[in-house]
Design a protein around this ligand. Sequence first.
Ligand SMILES: [Zn+2]
Length: 306
Amino acid sequence: MKHTGPIVSQRKAKKVSGEEFTAQVMNCETCGYAHLDPLPSLEELGQFYAYHFYEKQKPDYLEKMERESEYWLETYKWRFDIFKKYISSSSPSFLDIGSSGGFFLAAAKSRGAQVQGIEPSDKAADYSRKKFGVDVHVDLYEKCSIAPQSFDIIHSSLVIEHLLDPKHFVQWSFDKLKSGGIFVVETPHEFNAYQNMLTQKMGYEPWYIAYPDHLNYFNQKSLRRLGESCGLKAEKSLCAFPMEQFILQGMDYLRDGSLGLKAHQQRMAFELNLLKNGGADLLEKTYESWAQLEIGRTQIAIFRKP
Ligand SMILES: [Zn+2]
């Protein structure tokens, strides 16, 4: 398959070997979404995931989730309640692909779902079993044998941007979904209005290019197009907190890394205060309006299998 299209973004990056080069993002007309060009080789990705990801890049990932567990569990319960509105069963079957430390599985289970996770990191899968007593397959999704039409809800957060073949991932999920079931995908919301302002008008490097782990760079339109090309119907698009707003209001966590945690804590406080004080519907409407305004750091697309 030949990838063609304009290069829309680039920045200096490092290969896994340490070699410096310029990573480029192409708005690919063949694929219908933006991705790295050239894509890293399978060999380079294998080396990266075998060692660098959980061991080096995210050494304290699970500890951090644990410290913030109130936030993650509460917001994931809230998100699950939104997804459940699309399903008639009061005890839906739920699959989380890339279930990480099992926080989403735990939230869904507490809301009555029958849950199953798929997670390539055995450290994260172990943690989920011990902490939450949930069932997790340790493997890549494409290696799991799951019968077609098994689930009411399939969810995946921060997975699709890492995959060499996102279309295969959506097709695989479509196959495992029951008719009328929903597929929910969360991925960074790239080329959002704030991000474009910072890179195009304010001299910021496109910091969001993450080589080699983020291969694909979706906006809302290209994500919707991908789902629809696999036979899904787009139901709703939500966007999570527009983190770039902190930069625009003078709290520049890109130039001063120590502000990153503070920005994250303020975002968590905002959402938790809404959820604890009767603001669940207001938060959902806020996420919807961020999507309409094309701001928000990640996007959550809800699709239905007809
Ligand atoms: Zn392409």
